[in-house]
Design a protein around this ligand. Structure first.
Ligand code: ADP
Ligand code: MG
Length: 259
């Protein structure tokens, strides 16, 4: 990406419709160059699907957006706040960004309800009664209100992932990041989680979704991004991405994963 434009002097857009701006971002793990000058702009309400082979940097990229990983070159601006070492800014970004992981990451010793309630009580200082009302609202939204009092271990994988989505929504994020949310699920449970995500998309949530569920990409993505070797190789509307991808690498990848 030698000809990448330099946006570093551009003013930060606080009012406009920009949700995430990633510019010329580099990330190293020790000597390993995991992100090699990545540019990605996401507008409010936009749904971006990120795909690519294992090890291509997909998780690293979205983890940089809520500072689970620290980028070392370039610039990341989330809802008008640039991610630097400033802890208040990092906090502000994390308030706006919810994340759902492959392995749910629920607390096994807390009920489903408390998994949703505790972050509100502890991190947001929300009163217990109000937090509970919010949690029940979002458990209803992901269609498992009846599981509220169970421990996560008693639920199916698909149900646990829907709890994880509800837990993230309780924090009223403006942007949701998903890192292969259905990859750990038995095939018969993939659908219920994807349906939940389609619902979120239809409600206008800004979403960056790492997934190989190309049916989902076709249905809800505004844009599909293909990563390989720490770079964005292709970024196109689903129509173009699936019918006439520009890059050989994209074609080879699609050849492997599409039926
Ligand atoms: P993907 O999500 O596309 O499979 P990742 O972003 O997880 O890829 O990883 C990109 C590359 O960075 C891989 O080669 C991986 O081994 C490496 N990597 C990821 N996390 C770490 C880490 N914490 N320490 C060292 N290397 C890492
Ligand atoms: Mg990954």
């Amino acid at each position: 990406m030698t000809n990448a434009p330099d946006f570093r002097q551009a003013p930060v857009d606080r009012q406009g419709d920009e949700a995430v701006r990633i510019e010329a971002v580099h990330k190293w793990y020790g000597a390993y160059h995991a992100l090699k000058g990545v540019d990605l702009h996401v507008s409010r309400g936009e749904r971006v699907v990120v795909c690519g082979p294992s090890g291509s940097g997909k998780s690293t990229l979205i983890r940089c957006v809520n500072r689970l990983e620290r980028h070392q070159g370039g610039r990341i601006v989330v809802n008008g706040v640039e991610l630097t070492d400033n802890l208040r800014d990092i906090d502000a970004v994390r308030r706006d960004v919810g994340m759902v992981f492959q392995h749910f990451n629920l607390f096994p010793h807390l009920s489903v309800l408390d998994n949703c309630v505790m972050p509100l009580v502890l991190a947001r200082k929300t009163a217990r009664a109000e937090a509970e009302a919010t949690a029940r609202h979002f458990l209803e939204r992901v269609r498992i209100p009846e599981q509220a009092d169970k421990f996560p271990g008693r639920l199916s994988g698909g149900q646990q992932q829907r709890v994880a989505i509800a837990r993230a929504l309780c924090m009223r994020p403006k942007i949701m990041l998903f890192d292969e949310p259905t990859s750990a699920l038995d095939p018969e449970m993939v659908r219920e989680v994807l349906d939940t995500m389609v619902g979120l998309a239809e409600d206008g949530m800004t979403m960056i979704v790492v997934t190989h569920e190309m049916g989902f990409a076709r249905r809800v993505a505004d844009r599909v991004v293909f990563m390989d070797g720490g770079e964005i190789v292709e970024s196109a509307s689903p129509d173009i991405f699936f019918s006439r991808p520009a890059s050989d690498r994209t074609q080879a990848f699609l050849g492997q994963i599409l039926p």
